[in-house]
Design a protein around this ligand. Structure first.
Ligand SMILES: Cc1cc2nc3c(=O)[nH]c(=O)nc-3n(C[C@H](O)[C@H](O)[C@H](O)COP(=O)(O)O)c2cc1C
Length: 211
């Protein structure tokens, strides 16, 4: 181990403590401030070109959670959690790239020529490539979702990522626009008894190549 690295930082414990939770304390209500803070942290995630091509719908009311629960094939945790986020990735991210690059120029990080080069680069990479747009939407939403889950853990909450839902129903039922993709759901709340312990992981040596 490199001796100067902080291998006992509390953030590392949070990573090890996080599990996907099935059973939530149904008496715990999450307030607007907490939901807002979770999303503020989620938005600190990185994204290509700093696109920030994500959006979050916090489904909190009992009626809306019941609706979403049905769209999630009846997975009870949607209803029993304090809230479930629909984490959306946005397609056509290149359409916002000039604004992003201008903000970099305004803060003095890039010059006008670099702005144009970055805009051209994004146009070439995304404009005519639906697969690349979809990949980027899923990547950005996933980065944000993971950041949100770690932030939740740090606040004393627990979470659960979910792909078990009907995307077309979620899109229609929660008014997503054509440009938005429901990438995953993230339930959050307080831990209740009866959850799984931490699940094992494959040995690092099986998944790591150092060249
Ligand atoms: C993209 C993704 C989708 C998932 N979808 C579901 C789901 O629909 N329902 C569910 O119960 N768990 C779901 N999970 C949770 C996984 O089963 C869980 O992360 C995995 O078993 C490892 O457990 P851990 O997160 O507690 O370490 C999902 C996880 C990920 C990352």
């Amino acid at each position: 181990m490199s001796p100067t690295l902080a291998m006992n930082h509390p953030a590392l414990d949070l990573i090890l403590q996080r599990t996907s939770v099935n059973h939530f304390d149904q008496s715990f209500a999450v307030d607007d401030t907490t939901l807002t803070e979770l999303v503020r942290y989620a938005c600190q995630a990185p994204s290509a070109y700093n696109f920030q091509n994500w959006r979050f719908i916090a489904v909190r009311s009992a009626a809306e959670k019941a609706r979403l629960c049905e769209m999630a094939y009846g997975q009870r945790k949607v209803q029993e959690s304090s809230a479930t986020f629909i984490v959306c990735g946005r397609l056509r991210p290149h359409l916002g790239v000039r604004d992003v690059m201008k903000s970099f120029q305004d803060t003095g990080h890039v010059d006008a020529e670099t702005v144009e080069a970055m805009v051209d680069g994004a146009m070439q990479a995304y404009a005519d490539d639906a697969q690349m747009q979809r990949d980027e939407a899923i990547r950005s939403a996933s980065m944000a979702a993971m950041t949100l889950m770690i932030a939740a853990q740090a606040m004393g909450l627990v979470s659960g990522p979910m792909i078990g839902f009907d995307p077309d129903q979620v899109r229609a039922g929660f008014g997503l626009d054509d440009n938005e993709l429901p990438a995953l759901l993230v339930t959050i709340g307080r831990l209740a008894p009866g959850n799984w312990p931490r699940k094992p992981r494959r040995p690092t040596a099986d998944v790591l190549t150092i060249v």
